[in-house]
Design a binder for this molecule. Sequence first.
Ligand code: PRX
Length: 669
Amino acid sequence: MSNTNNNIESVLVENRVFPPDARALQGARISGMPAYEALCAEAAADFEGFWARQAKEHVVWTQPFTRTLDESNAPFYQWFDDGELNVSANCLDKHMGTPVEHKTAIVFEADDGTVTKISYRDLLGRVSQFANVLKAEGIQKGDRVVIYMPMTIEGVIAMQACARIGATHSVVFGGFSAKALQERIIDAGAVAVITANYQLRGGKELPLKAIVDEGIALGGCESIKTVLVYERTLSDWKRVEGRDKSFTEALDALEGQSHECAPVPVGAEHPLFILYTSGSTGKPKGVQHASGGYLLWAKLTMDWTFDLRPDDVFWCTADIGWITGHTYVAYGPLAAGATQVIFEGIPTFPHAGRFWQMIEQHKVSIFYTAPTAIRSLIKAAESDEKVHPKNWDLSSLRILGSVGEPINPEAWMWYHRNIGHEKCPIVDTFWQTETGGHVITPLPGATPLVPGSCTLPLPGIMAAIVDETGKDLPHGAGGMLVIKRPWPSMIRTIWNDPERFKKSYFPEEMGGTIYLAGDGAVRSEDRGYFRITGRIDDVLNVSGHRLGTMEIESALVAKTDLVAEAAVVGRPDDVTGEAVCAFVVLKRGRPTSDEEARKIAAELRSWVAKEIGPIAKPKDIRFGENLPKTRSGKIMRRLLRSIAKGEAITQDTSTLENPAILEQLGQAY
Ligand code: PRX
C-alpha cells in the first residue's frame, strides 16, 4: 500500500498527545494555551488594532504608518501602506549599539567542513559595501535583480544588499536549469544577475556562472546589464567583457570610498522580492511580497513559533532559493538577532550523520528541516549504525521544526525520540511561498502536539475548512483550506499577472476575497486541529519542492523529435513524499524492447533536467500507444494515478478506445 495512504490512516487513528513539558513552558513568550487563546481573542476583537500593535512592536519604521489595513481594492490588500522602513536596517542596523552588535550572526559551514563566523557588525559592513557595488552598477530602487547563488554568507549578503537599496530580488534556486533561469529573468525584467562561479555540494564543483551565460544566451534577456560573480572556488570562469565582474573587482573599484551605505527607506508595500513557484498551469508564478508586512511576519514568527531566546543557535536547513530560506535564513533570524547556522552542503556528505554532527559541533538549539530529509536520514541510520544520531551529543537541542510537506507520524516519532530525546517540542509548520511565513503551527510553549498535525492557526490567522461554495464544514469533514481574512505577510500579487493572482487564490464562488490555499485539510473532532491532506490542484510536492504537473508535461512535449503526448501525475514515495510519474506517447510508437524503453526514459529524464532542473526528473516513465481518455477526449488522470500507484483499477474503463493500453502502461522505466 502507498505511503500517503498509510500516513492518512495512521493519522486518522492518531491519538497520542504530547503536551509541552515544564522546560518548554518556562519563560516561553506564549506560555500555555490560555496565553495563545488570549492573543487569538485580541485579534478577533480588534483585528486592525492587534496587527498595528504587532507592527509597532516588531518593526522599526522610518516613517510610522497611520493606516493598518486597506481593503478597498480587495483582494489586493495593503498593509501599513503609508509607513516607511528599510528591511535590511531592520535586520542589521537595528542591532548596532545593542548586545547583538558583536554577537555571531552567521556560522557558515562549507561543504568541506570549513567553518566561518561573522558578527552582526561585520555583516552590516559587508552588506553595506555590497550595496555600494550594486549602486555603482547603476542598480536603483525598484529594479529587479536575479540571485543565482549557492548557500553561502555571500548569498545572504546579496539579498540583504538588494533590500538595503530597495531593489527587488528574485532568487532562483541553484538547481534550476538555464532555461528556467532565463524565463525568470525575462518575466522579472531583471537588470542584473548575482551568481557564483561554482557551487560546492557533496564534494563536487558544479557550475553556476556557465548556466547564467547559457540562460542569457537563450535570448530575450537584453535587460541584463551586469553579472556579478562571487568566486566561490579558484576555478576559472568565462567572462563577457563589459557585463561581468567578480565581487573582488567590483569591491576594488570602490577603493577609497566610504564603506557605509545608508539604507533607503521604502514604502511598506514596496516589493521586497519576487519568488517563482509552481502553479496549476505550465508557467511558474512570480509570487510578489511586500516589505513591511513580510518583515513583520519573519520577525514575529521567530518569536512565536521558535520562541527565540538570546542564546539560541538557530539552524534552518533550507536553501535561500526557496521561501523557507528567505524567511527563516535571510530575514527572520537576522531581524530577531539570532545566531544562525548556514550550511553549504548536503545532509549525506561525507556521511549521513552530517546534520547530527553539525548540531553537536555548533550546539544548535533550534533545528528546522523537512520531512523528506528526516525520512532519508532514518533510512540511512537504520542501515548503518555509524551514522545513527545516537553517536552524537544532541543535548543542545531545545526545539525541532518541520516544514514543506506533511510529516508522517512514524517520522515524527523518530524525530521526537532520536533527535529530540523526547524533550523537544516539534513545530510542524504549515505555510506556503504565498503566505510568507508560518500560518498554522504549534507554539512550543503552549500547544499540545499530535504527530502529523500542524495543529492550530497563529493568532490573527482566520483559517477554516470550507466546501466549493465557501461554506464552513464541520470538524471531521475534509475540505479546502482557506484563510478568511488577510494577514500582513500574504502574497500581494503575481508579478505581471494580477488577473492570475485573483483567479488562483480568490475564487469568485467564494466571494472573491477569501484566500484559497490550494491544499485539502481536515480538522480533528476533539481539538479542532488541522491536518493537511495534500494539494487539491495539479501541484506535486517532491522532497518538499513544489512542481507543477503541467510544467513537466510542457517540458516533455517540448522534446518534439520524440514525444507526441505526455501526462504527469504524482505517486506516493517513502522518502520524497511524492514522486513524479510520467505517461508518454512517443511519435515513433511504443519502444519495442526493454532496452530501448530504458534508453528513451534516460533521454527524457535528462531533457526534463535541462528544461526545468534535476528535481523535476520523472522517477517513473511509462509508455503507451496513447493515453487513457474519456469520450470527450479528456485524459483520465484519476486512472493514471491509480496506475502510477500500482493500485487495482476501480474506475469505469468502458469508455476507453483501446483497453490494451492499460497493460502497456503497467510497466515503469
Ligand atoms: O502542500 C503544502 C505543503 O507545501 C505547499 C507549499 O509549498 P511551497 O510554497 O514550496 O512552500 C514550502 C515551504 C513553506 C503547501 O501548499 N506544506 C508546507 N508545509 C506543510 C505542508 N504540508 C503539510 N504540512 C506542512 N507543515
